[in-house]
Design a protein around this ligand. Structure first.
Ligand SMILES: *[C@@H]1O[C@H](CO)[C@@H](O)[C@H](O)[C@H]1NC(C)=O
Ligand SMILES: *[C@@H]1O[C@H](CO)[C@@H](O)[C@H](O)[C@H]1NC(C)=O
Ligand SMILES: *[C@@H]1O[C@H](CO)[C@@H](O)[C@H](O)[C@H]1NC(C)=O
Ligand SMILES: *[C@@H]1O[C@H](CO)[C@@H](O)[C@H](O)[C@H]1NC(C)=O
Length: 477
């Protein structure tokens, strides 16, 4: 508790000193797989069992049954206080109404997924529901519009900046701060009334907790557990919402490599709550059915000025380009086969003197984005900004916004074992196909761009939409 000041409603609004006017970001994926409903009151039963040791064994897929209300009724009988019971019945009715609204939205989206040809496109000057970059453009549009109409988010007030309600807006973890700060000042989705909220946001920044509480010599990673554990305890004591759903309608967001680890200490946060993460590594129990993958974006100056755009597709002189450190499991193979080996495939650990990294991206047809220590790489967003077709080499990575985006249409994904054939594979893509892919990179760019104030369909809205989809999967009783 020592680290956490929780003076109710004393929060100041901190913002990045300088939120860029037009930052850029990129994103996540899964429409078809996402619609399942589980009863959260049962979900907690799985928590006592140890954490599964292999991906795909997460415990909450198959929960069914028991009504939360029975539990509540029992608790209330003990108190035998008419006014309390009445209040709680009112709350139940509110929740039922809220759930009925979500059920309707779910049915409408499902209809659009199953029978897109029968759905008349909505009138929307910002979005044309067609094209290859989406898994299902009509369903996405319908879902997005329903989100704009209905979705309400409650941000817990507890906690003081800079660990809470604030985050970094520069460098590779910038999305953490950008999102938290934009959420703090948001008026469209944010509600001050927790009774009308569909989801509850725990506004802590893993980057800030580590920056302020993690000792570089002692290296006690459990500070994350203590801070976040205390926070969950506080909100679960002060409000009924956490206990009601075991966290299923709560979300956190982190771009830090240790984002998954940070949530590990509170089992419900790890296994039940919605986690929006850059480090969407399935081997670290990222679960695309409940967690959302969003892009890591390296905003060096906190701004994206000069990052958007690149040469036209037929005026890109390099076939493929990569520059970066040799770490993780994939890059050693890339360096072994391609560093200083080929004039068309440029692979550097450090950029040659006087050559600009971003300019080289703008002049390359393909930008190689291998995972490093962690699955996510800021290169994916950089490539999309530079209108360079990303070549993604990763394992167990759930790509940003892949619930909505059809990554195969605007990126090349190759296996670790295919690295020796990299040039052959890229040369095998015809000019026509390349031009189509490059055009789609330009179309998808808007979903990775950071804007302040946020613009429809930009990265902030795409993250909100990912959370909306995951909330639709859950039925809170
Ligand atoms: C019932 O609860 C209300 C509100 O908490 C309180 O004002 C009232 O005194 C309680 N009545 C009894 C009989 O406990
Ligand atoms: C929620 O559950 C915890 C642990 O069981 C308990 O300490 C807390 O008081 C409960 N919160 C509410 C609002 O009832
Ligand atoms: C091709 O790109 C170079 C810079 O890389 C630029 O100077 C030149 O004008 C471009 N040509 C066309 C036709 O776009
Ligand atoms: C993903 O998670 C696994 C398991 O913790 C780890 O071994 C691996 O290094 C992580 N990162 C990448 C890039 O695969």
């Amino acid at each position: 508790m020592a680290n956490l000041s929780v003076n109710h409603f004393k929060r100041r609004i901190w913002q990045c000193n300088k939120i860029p006017l037009n930052l850029n970001i990129f994103a996540i994926s899964v429409f078809a797989a996402i619609f399942f409903v589980f009863d959260v009151s049962e979900a907690s039963k799985g928590l006592s069992s140890s954490i599964p040791s292999h991906p795909g064994a997460l415990p909450f897929h198959s929960f069914t049954g028991v009504k939360k209300k029975e539990l509540k009724a029992k608790q209330e009988m003990g108190s035998d206080n008419g006014s309390v019971r009445k209040l709680s019945e009112q709350k139940d009715r509110k929740l039922e109404k809220l759930e009925a609204g979500l059920a309707k939205a779910r049915a409408l989206i499902r209809e659009a997924m199953l029978r897109p040809e029968q759905i008349a496109p909505l009138d929307d000057a910002d979005y044309v529901p067609q094209g290859h970059i989406y898994r299902n453009p009509i369903a996405f549009q319908r879902s997005y519009h329903l989100m704009e109409r209905l979705f309400k988010i409650f941000v817990y007030e507890e906690g003081e900046p800079p660990l809470f309600h604030f985050g970094p807006c520069k460098n590779i973890y910038s999305m953490e701060g950008v999102f938290i700060n934009l959420m703090e000042i948001n008026t469209q989705f944010r509600t001050q009334n927790p009774e009308e909220a569909h989801v509850y946001f725990l506004p802590f920044s893993v980057v800030m907790i580590l920056e302020h509480l993690f000792h570089p010599v002692i290296r006690d990673k459990a500070v994350l557990g203590r801070t976040i554990g205390d926070y969950v305890q506080i909100i679960s004591e002060r409000y009924p919402y956490w206990n009601r759903s075991h966290g299923a309608d709560h979300f956190i967001l982190s771009c830090h490599d240790w984002g998954p680890r940070a949530t590990f200490y509170v089992k419900e946060l790890y296994f039940i709550a919605i986690r929006a993460l850059c480090n969407a590594n399935i081997s670290e129990h990222f679960n695309p059915k409940k967690d959302a993958s969003f892009p890591e974006i390296n905003l060096v100056t906190g701004e994206s000025t000069g990052l958007l755009g690149g040469n036209p597709p037929l005026n890109r002189s390099n076939l493929a380009f990569f520059a970066g450190g040799m770490h993780g499991k994939i890059r050693p193979s890339l360096f072994q086969h391609w560093k200083n080996k080929d004039k068309d495939v440029l692979v550097y650990d450090t950029m040659p003197e006087g050559v600009s990294y971003h300019e080289t991206m703008k002049k390359s047809k393909y930008c190689i984005c291998p995972s490093g220590w962690e699955v996510a790489s800021p290169r994916i967003a950089e490539a999309i900004y530079a209108e360079c077709v990303p070549v993604i080499i990763s394992q167990q990575y759930v790509l940003p916004f892949s619930d909505v985006l059809n990554w195969d249409s605007f990126s090349v994904q190759i296996e670790l074992s295919e690295i020796p054939r990299l040039k052959e594979i890229l040369m095998g893509i015809s000019d026509d196909e390349y031009i189509r892919m490059q055009e789609r990179v330009k179309q998808v760019q808007r979903h990775f761009v950071v804007s302040n104030p946020p613009k429809r369909y930009d990265v902030f809205h795409m993250i909100i939409h990912s959370i909306w989809l995951r909330r639709l999967n859950v039925h809170v009783k």
